[in-house]
Structures are given as structure tokens and as C-alpha cells.
Design a binder for this molecule. Structure first.
Ligand code: UTP
Length: 234
């Protein structure tokens, strides 16, 4: 039984509240949790973006907009916990130490954001560091890290592997504002670089991609590790 941290992007889990895909992730997360100690960090999705946009239109500062985003991530986390039922620890972890404590229950631990100026990817990266995760999975809406945004540049090239240093160089070129939509935030990249925890960035829009990657080692994505070796299957 290994520790696994998944950053489950809000854009894939809850792109909109009405169009949320929580139901389809429940069996997959439960299946993974039968074999490993699982921590899931949930993003804000469309609702967070809507709230942040509304706050900006009201002239609200970025830090306060971030706090609003954090509340939405925790609301999303609450919904996922409720859907997971007995398989999840019944409360959203509001800090990394709380997440560690909740993990003693052997249930799936779910958390959202914790502090302004970052995204839930950074929360997940630090969590991976603190629980000495065997792998940190960033489940997002693209199937890996590209040299350019593949949604804007059809010729963008996907990296099969990157060293943590290369990852840091790539994400350093991207900005960070409340609600900004990047494949991985720079704080998460810095943590990955210092912690030596292998990171796998994959397309999490199909829930089974997660179980196939973690339990069977079958996936398309980018592996970030010092030795270019895939940590999957765990
Ligand atoms: P997300 O982690 O969902 O950010 O947090 P994101 O990258 O914009 O969204 P997805 O995952 O691709 O859909 C939503 C917002 O909440 C605030 C930030 O403003 C972030 O953009 N947030 C979140 C924080 O300020 N701190 C946190 O620890 C987490």
C-alpha cells in the first residue's frame, strides 16, 4: 500500500455544476483506494472561475478573489466526499497536517485549496511531499506537458519525459493570476523539483485513465522524474 496524491482539476471534475462528472469518478477512485492510500485534491472548475470573474468585476483584489476560489474548491471537495460515501473521510482537510491525520482512517482523503496565490496543484504537490507519495498525478484536460499550449497551437509538441528542472523552466514562462488556466502552477513545479517525487501529467477527462495509469501503468502523458523512468504502475 503506497501513498498516491491526485490533483483532480476542477475543469475535468466539475466543469460546470450542472455538468459535473463526479459520479463517473467515484468507482475509479474507490478501485484505486482498494490498493493504495489515496489523497485527492480537487480544483475549482467553472464555478470558481465564475466567482472570481464576478469578484474582479466588483473591483475585488486578487488575494480576496483567491479566497473565494478556495471556498469553491472546498465546496467541490465536499460534494466529492459526499458522493464517495463511506470510502472517504467525511471532512474536507483544510491543511496538509489535517490531511495526514485524516489518512490514519485509511479512507480517501479529499482537500481543496488552502492559501491565496497558488492553485490546488501546489496544494497537491506539497501534500505529495509531506506524505512521501510514490507518485503525484496531475489529472488535467490535456494529455501531458507541451512546448506550447496545444489548445491554441495545433503543432505543439508533447514531452514524454522531463526532468524537474526542465519542467520548472517550461512553467516559469507562464503567468499566475486568480483563476488562471495553466497545466501546472509554478509553485507546484518548484515543489516537484525540490522533493524528487515523480510527477505524471495525464488526461483525466476519462476517469478510467487514472486507474489504468496507477494500477496497470498504461497511460499517455508526461513523466517528470530525475531518471526519466515512469513510476507507474505503483
Ligand atoms: P484551481 O486549483 O482549480 O485553479 O483553483 P485553476 O488552475 O484555475 O483551475 P482548474 O483546476 O484548471 O480548473 C481555483 C482558484 O482558487 C484559488 C486560485 O485563485 C485558483 O485559480 N486558489 C486555489 C488559491 O488561491 N489557493 C489555493 O490553495 C487553491
Amino acid at each position: 500500500m503506497r501513498n498516491i496524491v491526485i490533483s483532480l482539476g476542477g475543469s475535468i471534475l466539475i466543469p460546470t455544476l450542472a455538468g459535473n462528472r463526479i459520479r463517473s469518478y467515484v468507482p475509479v477512485l474507490k478501485a484505486i483506494a482498494e490498493h493504495h492510500r489515496l489523497f485527492v485534491v480537487v480544483g475549482g472548475g467553472g464555478a470558481a472561475r465564475d466567482y472570481i470573474e464576478a469578484a474582479r468585476e466588483l473591483g475585488v483584489d486578487e488575494g480576496t478573489s483567491d479566497e473565494i476560489g478556495i471556498l469553491v474548491t472546498r465546496l467541490n471537495a465536499t460534494l466529492l466526499i459526499a458522493a464517495l460515501g463511506d470510502a472517504a473521510y467525511p471532512k474536507v482537510a483544510e491543511s496538509h497536517s489535517e490531511a495526514k491525520k485524516f489518512a490514519e482512517s485509511s479512507k480517501i482523503v479529499v482537500m481543496g485549496g488552502i492559501t491565496p496565490g497558488q492553485t490546488t496543484d501546489a496544494v497537491a504537490a506539497v501534500l505529495a511531499e509531506r506524505v512521501r507519495a510514490s507518485v503525484f498525478i496531475n489529472a488535467t484536460s490535456v494529455n501531458g506537458i507541451y512546448d506550447k499550449d496545444p489548445k491554441k497551437h495545433p503543432g505543439a509538441k508533447r514531452f514524454e519525459t522531463l526532468t524537474p528542472q526542465q519542467l520548472l523552466e517550461i512553467v516559469s514562462q507562464i503567468g499566475l493570476g486568480a483563476g488562471s488556466n495553466n497545466v501546472l502552477d509554478i509553485i507546484a513545479a518548484r515543489i516537484v523539483e525540490r522533493s524528487h517525487i515523480p510527477l505524471v501529467v495525464l488526461d483525466g477527462q476519462v476517469p478510467e485513465n487514472l486507474s489504468n495509469a496507477i494500477l496497470r501503468g498504461t497511460f499517455t502523458g508526461t513523466v517528470v522524474s530525475e531518471d526519466n523512468k515512469s513510476p507507474l504502475p505503483v
